[in-house]
Design a protein around this ligand. Structure first.
Ligand code: ZN
Ligand code: MN
Length: 498
């Protein structure tokens, strides 16, 4: 697969058909308490600037790094979840470049001997399963952050905050196996889900914990034209990735259609304008003057430890999806959705409680997928917060099953429940408890018969289907509270009475 990329400049004017070649590089922050090579807190979002720093992450001369074991383990777990091989030996290397957010003037990363190699991510896209190769997963460290401000005198200044400097980062390099912008988006969604499921990263894109660069080129299906690889940066959401890649594929095929060619370069996505713009011609590996990190020993990874980490992996989203389909007979789409996120999966399983039957599971899944997730979004709740506790969803479903609440009343009740209020308490407060008082239903039937005499006449004249209308109208008379079975029986009784 290594020769998929072409870097030659080719100029051909033609009516050829082109296909798209995409490979993604993802940087994900690892969820650890301390930084990669020092004991500073890795938490930087809410800290005052330059308070989580020490000589190591400030890059002061003479300060020596120490490897964070938890970060290495988390990176190996990621590799295992991505079906990678974990070589017995790896080392750290210096990647040298100059930028104000990089105080040492180099990043401690990995070059030719990464922690994890040769993996694969299987994901769903466009209704089918796609396998995408994972070239490598390696460990590195994050940079500081630049904050751009306008000073009191009106001049533009840049401030440096080094709280993020040295935060553990892993780079997940994918093979150029993706064939469309949609596939690239679905790959990212699946990868993020996997990292969250094993607790390796928050995967939060807005906060910069999950960042993606894309390499994209086009080539003619007859193999005559191989476009140069273009790297796209600065895409800050799944949507931005998809839009940027769509734009880029059109730009590149447009160039070839006009008899021009593409060049190997780095381009930046400008979200507001919906375009990519040339930034620089792409640097080669030798521009970084990689060499082995002299202050850290190489790492020997014991097979026994890898085995232990593998055995300790939790159930992964796809395994959970399969279990939900097998054990609970959930529809594939529901199983994918509920199995994808730990928070959603635990809520679903907790709401089942002591009833693990497929019938209960399907009803519970329906409530979560059709009602709760929407309500969660409307209320701006976090991914791990639901509008009601799982035990209350269980109680709500119990109430429907034993006839205390009609389906319709339950739907009406749900958004009106006060925080922590038990469903039946809410139903009583809102007068939604099912009506099974026969006298009350009989008087509702009488009102319906008086209001729709033609339906009554139709039924008695032989159009038996008219009963449906009478049942529906009677339930409406009771604001949906009447038990449909009781209504059917009493309407029938009244129709046959004369
Ligand atoms: Zn530090
Ligand atoms: Mn990197």
């Amino acid at each position: 697969m290594g020769d998929t990329w072409g870097d030659s400049r080719v100029t051909v004017a033609t009516e050829r058909k082109f296909e798209t070649i995409i490979g993604l590089e993802v940087h994900a922050q690892l969820l650890t308490r301390s930084k990669m090579y020092c004991s500073c807190s890795a938490e930087y979002a809410n800290a005052a600037p330059n308070t989580h720093v020490c000589p190591v992450c400030l890059g002061l001369p003479g300060a020596l790094p120490v490897i964070n074991r938890a970060a290495i383990e988390s990176c190996i777990r990621t590799g295992l979840a991505l079906n990678c091989e974990i070589p017995a030996f790896c080392k750290l290397d210096r990647k040298n470049y100059v930028y104000p957010d990089l105080p040492k003037g180099y990043q401690i990363s990995q070059y030719d001997l990464p922690l994890c190699i040769s993996g694969k991510l299987t994901f769903e896209s466009g209704g089918r399963e796609v396998d995408a190769g994972i070239t490598r997963v390696h460990i590195e460290e994050d940079t500081g952050r630049l904050v751009h401000r306008t000073a009191a005198d009106g001049s533009e200044i840049s401030l440096v905050d080094l709280n993020r400097s040295g935060v553990p980062l892993m780079e997940i390099v994918g093979e150029p196996d993706l064939r469309s912008p949609e596939e690239a988006r679905d790959y990212l969604i699946a990868l993020r889900q996997l990292l969250r499921a094993i607790g390796a990263s928050t995967g939060n894109m807005e906060e910069g914990a999950f960042r993606c660069d894309a390499n994209v080129s086009v080539r003619s299906t007859d193999g005559e034209v191989i476009g140069a690889k273009v790297e796209i940066k600065n895409m800050n959401s799944f949507r931005a990735v998809e839009r940027a890649l769509k734009f880029e594929v059109e730009r590149q095929t447009g160039l070839f259609a006009r008899g021009e060619s593409t060049i190997q370069e780095t381009r930046g996505w400008v979200d507001q304008r919906g375009v990519t713009v040339a930034q620089r011609t792409k640097e080669q590996a030798h521009d970084y003057r990689y060499f082995p990190e002299p202050d850290l020993p190489p790492l020997k990874v014991a097979a026994a430890e890898v085995t232990q980490l593998r055995q300790a992996l939790p159930e992964l989203p796809r395994q959970r999806r399969d279990r939900y389909m097998r054990v609970y007979e959930l529809a594939r789409s529901d199983a994918t959705l509920l199995g994808g996120e730990n928070a959603l999966a635990s809520y679903f399983e907790a709401a089942l409680g002591d009833d693990e039957s497929a019938a209960r599971a399907r009803i519970t899944a329906n409530w979560i997928v059709n009602d709760l997730i929407g309500l969660q979004g409307e209320r701006g709740l976090a991914a791990d917060e639901m509008p009601l506790p799982p035990a209350h969803l269980h109680a709500l479903i119990d109430a429907i099953r034993n006839g205390e609440l009609s389906q319709r009343a339950a739907k009406e009740l749900l958004p009106q429940l006060a925080p922590g209020e038990a469903p039946m308490d809410g139903a009583r407060r809102l007068n939604l408890v099912a009506l099974d008082d026969e006298d009350a239903i009989r008087s509702a039937v009488a009102i319906t018969f008086a209001s729709f005499p033609e339906a009554v006449a139709d039924y008695r004249g032989g159009k038996k289907a008219a009963i449906g209308r009478l049942i529906g109208e009677t339930i409406k008379q009771t604001s949906g509270r009447a038990n449909p079975d009781a209504v059917r029986r009493l309407v029938q009784e009244a129709l046959e009475a004369e």
